[in-house]
Design a protein around this ligand. Structure first.
Ligand code: NAP
Ligand code: GDD
Length: 321
């Protein structure tokens, strides 16, 4: 049985990746940081099949001990401070988690066993003020937030450990991916939960920022399969994972309200405080390398994704009372 460590297992992607690797018969170890209350909402249904290990991206010796004790075949580094607006409020902490945290894990792998395969959760935020449309593996980076800058560091340190120490290290440059398990502060989930609350009469306003920003939105369940495929190749490399389509926040809002037969103009209020100091205006990815080498393709359309998330939030709110 192959052993895998997933950092960030309590997050959206960690939960889908753990499900997927369990279905592939992996022994799954989840790295969690200590907290006064358990934070297992997304992995409640599989937690009995996961072995949890307490460690923190900020604490090098905890990472060394974890890797030494478990001796995994593969490590997926999904843990990060992942919310872009927080990265302006806490830029130094974001750098510690999202940038230096990557070096700490890679150093631990280098010290203990260079044959451990490594996946780094890189991001389309690295393209920021885009220098090419669509964005592919060779597109230069121009990050627009402390989060994006930290991810560029994480990407290049992954490439560097691959080239310096011959570690099988891959950087997956993933465009936005969403699901019913998406954190509530990200725009898609904020919209679908807001729409569900409005439909059920629990509120009558949805406060949003920039509706003109465009993103390439896919389904998280599809994207974790690409992570796995990257580590099964003969050669380590970096891949863009995207749908190749771009849609504005406004289009997402429109479709979400249409799903419950309402007009968004009656409920959405623009709140200027939600605009960012520097925006990423448009992202759209070219996933042809992943298609050619990994045989990977997205399976959920934009409309299916919106509908899935609205339906799930309606269901959750109805069940809660
Ligand atoms: P998420 O839901 O915000 O989950 C982040 C995870 O990181 C949580 O499990 C969190 O643990 C953990 N974490 C944060 N700081 C930590 C620390 N110091 N030590 C240990 N664990 C820590 O993020 P996601 O959407 O699943 O994304 C997964 C990864 O992919 C992230 O690195 C993100 O930046 C990257 N990414 C995401 C997208 C996307 O669209 N979702 C696109 C590109 C890249 P707690 O539960 O304890 O907070
Ligand atoms: N969060 C949020 N809240 N975003 C809003 C709002 C709002 O009320 N109103 C408009 N937006 C706009 C933002 O300005 C941004 O342009 C867009 O919606 C998407 O914002 P988020 O959903 O917060 O995601 P993100 O694109 O900044 O970052 C996500 O995707 C990255 C990959 O490109 C995160 O998952 C990152 O961790 C990930 O790397």
């Amino acid at each position: 049985m192959k052993k895998v460590i997933i950092t960030g297992i309590t997050g959206q992607d960690g939960s889908y990746l753990a499900e997927f690797l369990l279905s592939k018969n992996y022994r799954v170890y989840g790295m969690v940081r200590r907290s006064s209350t358990e934070n297992f909402e997304r992995i409640e249904h599989i937690k009995d099949k996961i072995e949890f290990y307490h460690a923190d991206l900020l604490d090098f010796s905890s990472l060394v001990e974890m890797i030494d004790e478990i001796r995994p075949d593969e490590v997926y580094n999904l843990a990060a401070q992942s919310f872009v607006p927080t990265s302006w409020k806490q830029p130094i902490l974001t750098g510690e988690f999202t940038a230096l945290g990557v070096t700490r894990i890679l150093e631990a792998i280098k010290l203990i066993d260079k044959k451990i395969k490594f996946y780094q959760a890189s991001s389309s935020e690295m393209f920021g003020k885009v220098l090419e449309i669509p964005q592919k593996e060779t597109t230069p980076f121009y990050p627009r937030s402390p989060y994006g800058v930290s991810k560029v560091y994480g990407h290049f340190i992954t490439v560097n450990y691959r080239e310096s120490y011959d570690i099988f290290a891959c950087s997956g440059i993933l465009f936005n991916h969403e699901s019913p398990r998406r954190g509530r502060e990200f725009v898609t989930r904020k919209i679908t939960e807001g729409v569900a609350k409005i439909k059920l009469g629990m509120t009558d306003k949805l406060y949003l920022g920039n509706l003109d920003a465009k993103r390439d939105w896919g389904y998280a369940g599809d994207y974790v399969k690409a992570m796995y495929l990257m580590l099964q190749q003969e050669k380590a490399s970096d891949y863009v994972i995207a749908t190749g389509e771009t849609h504005s926040v406004k289009e997402f809002v429109q479709l979400a309200f249409e799903r419950v037969s309402l007009d968004y103009k009656d409920f959405v209020v623009i709140d200027k405080t939600l605009f960012r100091p520097a925006e990423v205006d448009q992202l759209v990815g070219d996933y042809s390398k992943a298609k050619r080498i990994l045989g990977w393709e997205p399976t959920v359309s934009f409309k299916e994704l919106v509908n899935m998330m609205v339906d799930s939030d309606l269901e959750k709110l109805k069940n809660n009372g």
